[in-house]
Write a protein that binds this ligand. Structure first.
Ligand code: 9WN
Length: 442
């Protein structure tokens, strides 16, 4: 780890660009050099935001590659596999998506999804293109028109297939879909899962971290793979998966992103004269309301919902701030900002930087070094900052920005950070962390 708290803005920018360059596989960016040698869906959106600061056409390519992998149902898969078929487990073969009817021929992908940050990334690309003018502007505007139907199909699939009851909350079928893999949010649902006969497996992720405790354990992995096997057994058919899968949870943070991003897509629809803007605003409103309806009167935090157990999941995790991402009711948002800046979160005594840990250090579930159980994830702070800027919350935006830039000043571009020591953990040279730095620098 380098101890260089004084690198210049230009040094940080250069180092972040270099990380994206190192992860660049041509038409996709690997999420990390060794741990994640493929493209991940929500990582790609953040990567595109960062790339748009330095190379608008390359940012467009990133989203285009992802969209090329879209299934005929509208789903955008959470992993688009590169040609590296040994570096990551579970790879394409283990996913069992080869026989999935909806997968486009010739493009290897997983069979689940991740939160839809993409329309927000598209907005950034358009804004940067217009700032630059000329060829960048033309390319960005052309890409919006050319790709709009794909994003529309993605949001419609989520709104229809993943919210069948129209409650304004997205149902997920794997912790990996949330992007918060082993968060305490999922301890209850996973505790109820008893894996059946599971094909043997050898993990590769633990080869790429300094300490295995930074990753989920083997028992957790067995459950992750069991769910994949269940979905593969029905060819990843949407309806059949919902009928048989052992993990059915309404994910409030995913839903908050759905609300925010659908709103952005509606504005983009207006800009190109597409009539679907009104439909999209209806959907966005449904998800805002859905997210708001989960807020615990006791804690003020939003909650997930376990469909199979028919119960709320209340945890002290950063996903509780889903309303801040979704936008909406000013009183609720003001209360949430107060909690976020309070002593259980950004103001927790001893934090190295005033940035929200993934799980509150005040919670019994908090683990300072373990993945989604405590460490600070830089890309999430960028998302919170984006929402603050959208809502005119300049002070909180500035705090998140300056604290994030200090955190990222170590030039390690960690996947996640120990909240009290700021030690970078997980993978280093993580693409979306570098992208976050570029976007914060502006
Ligand atoms: C499984 C790529 C992804 C992120 C997720 C993060 C982690 C994968 C893994 O890495 O998940 O999808 O193998 O651990 O939890 O949010 O998109 O960076």
């Amino acid at each position: 780890m380098t101890d260089n708290n004084y690198v210049s803005t230009e040094q940080l920018r250069t180092a972040a660009i270099e990380v994206l360059r190192r992860n660049d596989l041509g038409t996709m960016t690997s999420a990390a050099p060794d741990l994640y040698p493929h493209m991940w869906s929500w990582d790609a959106a953040f990567v595109a935001i960062g790339l748009a600061r330095v190379d608008v056409p390359r940012a467009i390519t990133e989203l285009r590659t992802l969209l090329d992998a879209q299934w005929s149902t509208g789903m955008i898969p959470h992993i688009v596999f590169s040609d590296n078929d040994t570096g990551y487990f579970p790879g394409f073969d283990r996913w069992g998506t080869a026989g999935a009817k909806a997968r486009p021929a010739g493009i290897k992908s997983s069979g689940i999804c991740q939160p839809p940050v993409h329309a927000i990334a598209l907005r950034h690309i358009l804004d940067r293109g217009r700032e630059n003018g000329g060829a960048d502007q033309a390319a960005a505007e052309q890409f919006l028109r050319e790709s709009f139907d794909g994003w529309l199909a993605w949001h419609r699939w989520l709104a229809d297939v993943r919210d069948p009851g129209r409650v304004g909350l997205i149902e997920i079928h794997h912790g990996w879909e949330s992007g918060f893999d082993n968060s305490p949010r999922w301890d209850g649902p996973y505790a109820a899962i008893q894996p059946g006969q599971l094909d043997p497996f050898t993990r590769r992720d633990i080869l790429h971290v300094a300490d295995v405790s930074e990753r989920p354990d083997d028992a957790e992995y067995a459950k992750y793979l069991w769910l994949v096997q269940q979905m593969a057994s029905v060819g990843f058919d949407d309806k059949a998966v919902q009928d048989i899968v052992d993990f059915r949870v309404r994910d409030v943070f995913f839903s908050g992103i759905m609300a925010a991003s659908t709103w952005v897509l509606a504005d983009l629809a207006d800009e190109i004269g597409r009539p679907e803007a009104a439909e999209l605003r209806e959907v966005a409103k449904r998800f805002r309301d859905g997210v708001d309806s989960t807020v615990s009167p006791e804690t003020g935090l939003a909650r997930d919902y376990d469909v199979l157990a028919d119960q709320w999941i209340a945890t002290d995790t950063v996903s509780g701030f889903a309303p801040l991402v979704a936008g909406g009711d000013p009183r609720l948002l003001a209360h949430q900002r107060e909690i976020l800046q309070g002593s259980d979160w950004m103001g927790f005594p001893g934090l190295r930087f005033a940035l929200p840990p993934s799980t509150s250090p005040a919670s019994a579930a908090f683990r300072a070094r373990t993945y989604w159980r405590g460490p600070v994830w830089p890309f999430l702070n960028l998302l919170l900052g984006w929402a603050c800027a959208r809502d005119g919350q300049d002070d909180l935006y500035e705090t998140l920005r300056s604290e994030s830039l200090q955190q990222l000043n170590d030039l390690a571009f960690g996947e996640y950070y120990e909240p009290f020591t700021a030690e970078p953990l997980g993978s280093l040279a993580q693409a979306w962390t570098a992208a976050a730095a570029l976007e914060w620098l502006g």
